[in-house]
Every structure is written in structure tokens, then in C-alpha cells.
Write a protein that binds this ligand. Structure first.
Ligand SMILES: *[C@@H]1O[C@H](CO)[C@@H](O)[C@H](O)[C@H]1NC(C)=O
Length: 239
């Protein structure tokens, strides 16, 4: 009887550890942000698809085992009912409920293996609005480390990529693809492979600012991070 209970208990612990990953979102910026999440792959959205986060606030999101891929971003200067100067998802409310962000926006991207391998990255493929880092808590592997885009890219954004706020300050920096379009800058057919899609002057600018982040769609070599063992993660805006 005793043996059975012990077995049942350890099974329950193992089982629950395999089930749940927590992603904690921290606002280290000096201004309020409205983080948002978008789930890929046709499964249910996370319990929290958008919320207000004051400076130094944090919020933990429990990621169910059915969730395998998605992105997290920050919206800035949100007001009214409900629009944001950057990262707006057009839902008209604080939750994005399955809607994605309008560029330019810095993305924290995750594919979770739930005790198989996780991959994660910071992406500037759709431009930049706020600095962000991703830090695994636990896990193992040679690239199971923090990846970060901590530079203030807005401060050095060239004028033809810059998005200005109502006060005239630069609040976002567009990718070459979003600013000018075209198959070469956007890595769309026939430029949709690592051989045919090459870095551009615009992607090189983002890579110089943030060497660990994706600067164009096929920038995999230096931008992909992986963990084994199903760690939790911290996403920090303005790390
Ligand atoms: C490029 O696009 C073509 C046409 O849509 C598609 O068939 C092909 O699989 C794509 N190649 C890559 C590497 O994604």
C-alpha cells in the first residue's frame, strides 16, 4: 500500500513536470508596455493573449503541453479602446485573441518540445520596437543560453526605416522588407531559400545592432538557440 502511494506520487510529480512550462514576462523598461502572445499551429491560444505591464512588473504564463509554438511581443503607447503606437494587433481590446502584431515589432519566438528539444530566438525580421532578451531557467545544451537584442535600435534607425510617434520620436524601425517590399528583401519566391536569400544593407544594419537576433528570414546560423530538458523561460523587455 505504502509502496503504491509512493509510486503514484512520484509518477504524479514526473507527469506534472513534463506537462507545464512557465514563461515569465518582465518589464524592465521605464515605461508601461502591453505584452501580447500569439500561438501558432492551430492549437488554442494561451490563457493570456495580452495584458498591461507597468515598469518592473512581471507576469507568469503557464504554457500547456498542447502548446508547441508561438511568439511574444510588446505593444507601446496603448490608449483608448484599444490601439497601440507599436505592436498593435487590431483586436480593439487588451487581449489579442489570436491576432498578430503590426510591424515594426521585435519578436520573442518559441517552439517548445516539452522535454524534447526547445528552440527559441529573438527576431528582427519584422523590424524592431523594444529591446528584448530570452533566458532559459534550467535546461541543457551548448546554446541553452540567453539570447538578447538589448540595443536601442530606434536611436540609430535610418530615416527611411524609422516609424515616428505623435511626439516625433522614433518608436520603431522597419525591416527592409516591410519598408520597401520585394522578393529579395522579403525572402519570398524565388528568393525563399538560404542559398538565394542573402543579407541586404538593411538586414546587416540590424545584425550589427543585435548580432544574436534574426536579421532576415534565413539568418538561422547565428540566431537559433536550443535547450533540452524542458526549462522555464524569462522574457525581459528592455533587458
Ligand atoms: C520556395 O517557394 C516555392 C514556391 O512557393 C516552394 O515550392 C518551395 O518549397 C519554397 N522553398 C523553400 C526552401 O521554402
Amino acid at each position: 500500500m505504502k509502496l503504491y502511494s509512493l509510486f503514484a506520487l512520484s509518477f504524479a510529480i514526473l507527469f506534472s513536470e513534463a506537462q507545464m512550462v512557465t514563461i515569465t514576462i518582465k518589464n524592465n523598461c521605464q515605461f508601461t508596455i502591453w505584452p501580447a502572445t500569439l500561438t501558432g499551429g492551430g492549437v488554442a491560444q494561451l490563457p493570456n493573449t495580452g495584458f498591461e505591464l507597468p515598469p518592473q512588473g512581471d507576469e507568469a504564463i503557464d504554457v500547456p503541453s498542447t502548446w508547441t509554438a508561438g511568439v511574444i511581443w510588446a505593444r507601446t503607447q496603448c490608449s483608448g479602446s484599444f490601439t497601440c503606437a507599436t505592436g498593435d494587433c487590431g483586436s480593439g481590446q487588451v487581449g489579442c485573441n489570436g491576432a498578430g502584431p503590426k510591424p515594426p515589432v521585435t519578436l520573442a519566438e518559441f517552439t517548445l518540445g516539452h522535454n524534447e528539444q526547445d528552440t527559441y530566438d529573438v527576431s528582427l525580421v519584422n523590424g524592431f520596437n523594444v529591446p528584448v532578451s530570452i533566458t532559459p531557467e534550467g535546461g541543457s545544451g551548448s546554446t541553452c543560453t540567453t539570447t538578447s537584442c538589448s540595443a536601442d535600435v530606434n536611436a540609430v534607425c535610418q530615416s527611411d526605416l524609422a516609424v515616428k510617434g505623435s511626439d516625433g520620436n522614433t518608436i520603431g524601425c522597419n525591416s527592409g522588407c516591410d519598408a520597401f517590399g520585394g522578393a529579395q528583401l522579403c525572402c519570398t519566391p524565388p528568393y525563399n531559400s538560404s542559398e538565394t536569400c542573402q543579407p541586404s544593407e538593411y538586414s546587416r544594419f540590424f545584425k550589427e545592432q543585435c548580432p544574436q537576433a534574426y536579421s532576415y528570414a534565413f539568418d538561422d546560423q547565428t540566431s537559433t538557440f536550443t535547450c533540452n530538458g524542458g526549462p522555464n523561460y524569462r522574457v525581459t523587455f528592455c533587458p
